[in-house]
Design a protein around this ligand. Structure first.
Ligand SMILES: C[S@@+](CC[C@H](N)C(=O)[O-])C[C@H]1O[C@@H](n2cnc3c(N)ncnc32)[C@H](O)[C@@H]1O
Length: 131
């Protein structure tokens, strides 16, 4: 669904009726205020499953191997601080190895983006948790 009016209105009501701060910036900066007991969901640009398959150029700098490693260091830091962390990413050997000390579950996710309608199928993704 492209436009879910009911859900959009419900989110609007919630955001207006509660104390909510929306921060925009690099994850290392915006997560500085996360404290013990907080739940942190990280949905970063995914590690490419092949050289051409994935889109990761959200910023001019892109989000390559070094950024994935920097994000993992942030997850380590959040874990030490007592936050509950959930990270989603693609099912690649690199990501599995990077988060080998965490719980890793595999899920089937529908991917709607494919120029060929017949190839829009479910792919495997990883849900990584520290709890
Ligand atoms: C897979 S998308 C997440 C989409 C989001 N969950 C949603 O439903 O709209 C990855 C996001 O990471 C953001 N991103 C890229 N580099 C970042 C960084 N260094 N710090 C914080 N966010 C970053 C991108 O702008 C993009 O919105």
């Amino acid at each position: 669904m492209i436009y879910d009016e009911e859900n959009l209105s419900a989110v609007h009501e919630y955001l207006c009726g509660n104390s909510v701060n929306i921060l925009s910036g690099d994850f290392a900066e915006t997560l500085k205020s996360a404290a013990s007991g907080d739940f942190v969901y990280l949905d970063p640009p995914y590690d490419p499953v092949s050289k051409t398959a994935s889109f990761v150029a959200y910023s001019q700098e892109g989000f390559g191997t070094q950024e994935q490693v920097r994000l993992k260091a942030t997850v380590d830091d959040l874990t030490k601080r007592g936050c509950k962390v959930l990270v989603s990413n693609s099912d690649t050997l690199f990501i599995r190895n990077l988060y080998r000390d965490y719980q890793i579950a595999t899920v089937k996710a529908a991917r709607a983006i494919n120029s060929n309608g017949g190839r829009r199928q479910k792919i495997t993704e990883l849900l990584i948790t520290n709890y």
